[in-house]
Design a protein around this ligand. Sequence first.
Ligand code: GDP
Ligand code: MG
Length: 408
Amino acid sequence: MGLFSKIKNMFKGYDEEEVVEEEKIETEEDEEVEESTEEVEKEEIAIEDSQESVEIENEDDSEEEEIPQETVEKEEIVEEKPQKKEKKKLFKKKDKESEEKKSVKIYEKGLTKSRQGFVSKLANLTTKYNKVTEEYFEELEEILIMADIGVNTVMDFMDRLRDRVKKENIEDPELLKEIIVDELFIIYVNDEVLSNKINYNENDVSVILFIGVNGVGKTTTIAKIANKLKDEGKKVLMVGADTFRAGAVEQLREWSEKVGVGFFGKEDSDPASVVYDGITMAKDEDYDVVLVDTAGRLQNKVNLMKELEKMNKVIDSLVDGGACETLLVLDATTGQNGISQANAFKEITNITGIVLTKLDGTAKGGIVLAIKESVGIPVKYIGLGETKDDLQSFDIEKYIYGLFKDMM
Ligand SMILES: Nc1nc2c(ncn2[C@@H]2O[C@H](COP(=O)(O)OP(=O)(O)O)[C@@H](O)[C@H]2O)c(=O)[nH]1
Ligand SMILES: [Mg+2]
């Protein structure tokens, strides 16, 4: 089975009506389990008593969907009592399912512009031509290049497509729709799998460096990730080492208050010394993760390289194993410019992953393919909007679904 059909089946029924129905069922079942509701408010007791834990968790399910950490902890406690195991399992599965659906929805919403842009053009091509002709190929090629997929990727793709059309004697453009999606993403799926997992330091505090030019969304991304990690129960410290741009440290401090995580930063200081003090504070106060905001002045490559080297030296001296991730933040709306930035940063430091922001603001969602082809560093997170929830771990299947769902 091709990728297109696989993904189509995977997310079958992930439309709106279905979600509402699921939620309704869940609420009904929640009520069923709620036998006595008096102690619902008393969380401490709930931790000791499985019966009440279930009730608290039902509250979580029906009222606040956004506190997975607590839910998980309570689930584990409850699972130790065999009589509740079956019901707990059911809740766990449903929790996971609804989380998954929420995530798919965020992809769908965030990729609306791309779907209405290049993907709808692709779909129209099929209606416009009733036969696969040379004009059809030329128009297809233009659409893909305009979608920021990257010229080389498009050329390779066109070669493969033409070959297949010839070999399989395909004349009807309608039949090509699935093949186009399959062939486009084959490089992402078939090549060595680029992991989207974030590495954490098992033995010491986890330090994640964020680099990238001004305005790409570093500070916002740090806030979103801090929020995510906090929800997972991690103790997070933001460190403002973008000491170059006026107001940058203060902006991060404001975010730390909004999200409710720790903060360390100093304006007008040497970034490496801020990192030193920040990590020292994190170690003294038992933080799990340190998110470091940096200044990305690509105009002066040598300076930037030295600055990053110095920061890394400091981190290496304080943390067993050094920084666990160096994430390069790229703005998807800058298209091929972002690719150039990635290659420039790659020359000056070791990047372990990419955060691609503002995908909601572009109709050219093909850039993910160009990054894979011309940069070869995994996209680990994508930004799909400005709220704290609009950051998602990158998932190629959800991505393809978000782009092509109207064609599926
Ligand atoms: N639409 C949208 N805007 C974003 C996203 N990420 C960041 N932004 C906006 O981009 C602007 C610059 O972000 P900032 O974090 O200050 O960039 P920095 O200079 O790299 O730290 C801000 O207005 C953010 O709200 C995203 O995923 N989607
Ligand atoms: Mg910033």
